[in-house]
Design a protein around this ligand. Structure first.
Ligand SMILES: CC(C)(COP(=O)(O)OP(=O)(O)OC[C@H]1O[C@@H](n2cnc3c(N)ncnc32)[C@H](O)[C@@H]1OP(=O)(O)O)[C@@H](O)C(=O)NCCC(=O)NCCS
Length: 136
């Protein structure tokens, strides 16, 4: 298994993967144009895991100059529980930190208990003191 930076050439493969792993979280911000913009804004931080000649894991990583944010942390079902997610997330946080960012946030649906166990295992603390407010 190899971990490397995501490029826009990966788009079709990762978008197909997200149809399986992350359908609920997909939105307009996942169009090819938006992902290309995101990768250009946060150069070298988003990653893919490659095994058996295909992409089996993804993480979108970036920061706003103050805090890091991670999206679309995902591993194909048949490759789970092999610590691929762990390696992707650890490397993503390392790359965000290398830019001088000392805290990274993730969003996780309340009923996504696997996601919560995963982030907890990586040392992320579940916040009970915050709501997320969003505006379109
Ligand atoms: C969450 C996800 C990325 C984890 O990927 P993974 O490669 O299977 O995770 P890892 O093997 O690195 O697991 C690391 C640790 O997380 C925890 N964990 C992972 N999956 C778990 C599960 N199904 N149940 C309980 N704990 C789990 C464990 O502590 C695990 O360590 P262990 O296997 O030594 O016990 C994967 O399940 C996935 O793609 N889920 C669908 C998308 C998703 O929900 N993403 C998170 C959005 S917030």
């Amino acid at each position: 298994m190899e971990i490397r930076s995501m490029t826009i050439e990966d788009y079709d493969e990762i978008y197909s993967m997200w149809q399986i792993t992350s359908k609920r979280a997909l939105c307009k911000a996942d169009s090819r144009e938006s992902i290309e913009k995101y990768l250009n804004r946060n150069k070298g931080m988003s990653l893919v895991a490659v095994a058996d000649g295909k992409i089996v894991g993804t993480v979108l990583a970036g920061h706003d100059g103050r805090r890091g944010f991670i999206h679309h942390m995902a591993v194909l079902p048949e490759y789970r529980r092999k610590h691929i997610g762990n390696k992707l997330a650890t490397e993503a946080v390392k790359r965000i930190s290398a830019d001088g960012i000392d805290k990274t946030h993730i969003f996780c649906y309340r009923d996504n208990f696997t996601g919560q166990d995963f982030w907890t295992s990586l040392g992320f603390k579940k916040r009970g003191d915050l709501f997320v407010f969003s505006k379109e």
